[in-house]
Design a protein around this ligand. Structure first.
Ligand SMILES: N[C@@H](CCC(=O)N[C@@H](CS)C(=O)NCC(=O)O)C(=O)O
Length: 284
């Protein structure tokens, strides 16, 4: 990697919306060892003199940073509440990065973990990227405070809850749309974890929200919305396992939303409620 490359941090677009700015950044990631993109929305309240809290949003399988930016409709309420949105990609990227032809493994399917198995371990360190490198970069380049919340959809809901369980001091609240809550025992998770972490299942529990909630509990408020008409609910998402393990936990709200599916139409419907939930805890 050339020194010019290692310092790459470029705004590839910067668009005014709802009085704020939707920005897309291209940068060299030292952790992932490849070039990456991420998006940031800055509300009008964020200025050279005024910093604002941020909500990280982790997307699902097949997504980049642009699915949430363009389809969730989050900017109007984020602008009103004075929240920055930080929207990463879902895996390392590029021709030199290992991939698979299926949609649920490889690029677009990083599962927010640090892979230990070849060929994945060379680049797939999304846990470290999301929890360390990206916040350091965002804090250095944008007017944001230390106050952070984390949210996500599907694979990103798994990422948000499992990260919040392990780093409760780094976030003030966590929420998820249609999260994969128990990846150790669903086909998407079993496939990904076998490839990224190896066949030894005992190493998987540190990335499984149900297992983490069982072993550690949760030290911050959690809001989950799940559509009852989501085609992935029974086989992949296993929301009942989250309900069961959360029974004795305070500050956990799991809402079954009648008739909604797995799509961004569902996210767009409830994103306002999630941002208001996070704003309340970010300002507490
Ligand atoms: N069957 C879908 C599975 C992937 C999927 O549903 N991805 C969700 C997250 S798990 C998504 O957000 N897709 C992108 C979008 O709707 O914009 C496919 O093959 O693309």
């Amino acid at each position: 990697m050339s020194s010019e490359n290692s310092s790459l941090f470029e705004r590839v677009s910067d668009v005014k919306t709802f009085g704020g700015r939707q920005i897309r950044v291209r940068h060299q990631s030292a952790v992932l060892n490849c070039e990456m993109h991420f998006s940031v929305f800055l509300p009008p309240a964020a200025t050279d003199d005024t910093k604002v809290p941020s909500v990280y949003f982790l997307s699902g399988l097949t997504c980049s940073d642009e699915n949430f930016s363009t389809k969730a409709g989050a900017q109007r309420v984020a602008a009103e509440l004075g929240l920055a949105l930080v929207i990463p990609d879902t895996s390392p990227r590029g021709d030199a990065v290992a991939d698979d032809e299926s949609y649920d493994l490889g690029q677009g399917a990083g599962f927010y973990l640090n892979a230990t198995q070849a060929p994945w371990s060379e680049h797939y360190r999304m846990y470290d990227y999301i929890t360390e490198e990206l916040p350091t970069l965002v804090d250095a380049h944008f007017p944001v405070t230390e106050r952070k919340a984390i949210s996500g959809h599907s694979m990103g809901g798994h990422g948000a809850i499992s990260i919040a369980c392990k780093l409760p001091k780094q976030y003030s609240s966590v929420s998820a749309f249609s999260p994969i809550v128990n990846p150790m025992v669903c086909p998407w998770g079993e496939k990904a974890f076998t490839h990224y972490l190896g066949a030894e299942r005992s190493t998987w529990a540190e990335y499984d929200s149900v297992e983490l909630l069982r072993s550690r509990g949760l030290d911050l408020p959690l809001l989950v919305d799940q559509g009852s008409a989501d085609g992935f609910l029974e086989e992949q998402l296993l929301t009942d396992n989250l309900v069961a393990v959360s029974k004795h936990l305070d500050h956990v709200q799991i809402r079954m939303q009648t008739g909604y599916d797995h799509s961004y139409y569902f996210i767009a419907t409830f994103i306002e409620a999630h941002l208001r939930f996070h704003a309340q805890h970010l300002s507490a």
